[in-house]
Ligand binder design. Sequence first.
Ligand code: LLP
Length: 387
Amino acid sequence: MRTKFPVEALSKIQTPFYYYDTDMLQQTLDTVNSEASKYNNYHVHYAVKANACQPILKQIQASGLGCDCVSGGEVKACLEAGFDPKKIVFAGVGKADWEINVGLDADIFCFNVESIPELEVINELAGDKNMKARVALRINPNVDAHTHHYITTGLNENKFGISLQQMEKVIDHIKQLKNIELIGLHFHIGSQILEIDPFEALSIRVNEIQDLMEKNGINISVINVGGGLGVDYVEPDTNPVPEFDKYFATFNRYLNLRKGQQVHFELGRSIVCQCGSLITKVLYVKEGDNKKFVIVDAGMSDLIRPALYEAHHVIQNLSSHSTKIETYDVVGPICESSDCFGKEEQLPTTHRGDLMALRSAGAYGQIMACQYNCRALPKDIYSKDII
Ligand code: LLP
């Protein structure tokens, strides 16, 4: 299945906007569910940070996934979308008191905790409410994810998690905290991981840590291995659904679980990326000295990934039927040189008014939009609403 764009209907909507193919999202969700359910103790939480639009959250909730939040705002968005608090996990290196209280008041499944000071605050706030907060310790496994340095999180040099050296001290400390119940270990090594090796390395590291914990007589029921499965940004129509089968099979092969242990996953990009495109209109085609520029009405404020990570999203001209292919730089209207979506793009002859799609933009696209240059935030349009 590939995304089909209802060009006629889309051309009537004010650009730029995000277009979500809800059938594509459903196909992805169905695949995740059928692959994960091959293992009776695997549970997938959707990483809300990738896209928090309510219709998307509701569709994901309806398919039975849990959710992984990193802010009080995300926890609220998930409650609003109907997620069962028992399926909500809450991570983040810097949770404010009010955010912890949002989680406690909803009695969410688990806080993924990253430091002793944070444990102490959760203990105190849970004590005020006569509650016991369930926590998983986020351990920094020092495993290289071989991905962009901005989205690598599992190395000692990163700010995330508790180092392996400090882990035992932290576990010891928890014994003194009456309002904390340690239920799990949490890991996340990075994002957009296309090789299977880093997940294998993570599993082996988790086994070592479990051996150590067993020696110290500590039992935990949840192993949360985070997210990170990458998607095909180069050929989104060839591989619209990521290889969930290989991903889950890797953990099944390498992870040594103890009796009754549950494995949690926090997948974001792999679930929502390919269902979304940023739709933009060509404002001008400008002849430079040695090149032609296609100036579109979407900018880095709508999709910041190219400017921030040098990411590339396939650019598709939805209107042009020209058989002549020309070379263009595709740029936005914002006053920054980094506001560029593609250099030397091969596109059919392009004209003012053509509708363009920036593909694979469902994850970390709309949610990272900002209002730089006093621009409006992009809206979201869903295929299911277009007749
Ligand atoms: N769990 C934790 C603790 C995370 O930090 C992340 C992503 C995920 C799960 C979900 O990872 P995913 O399955 O989506 O790879 N803005 C960047 C990506 C940042 C990812 C941050 N953490 C981008 O546009 O590429």
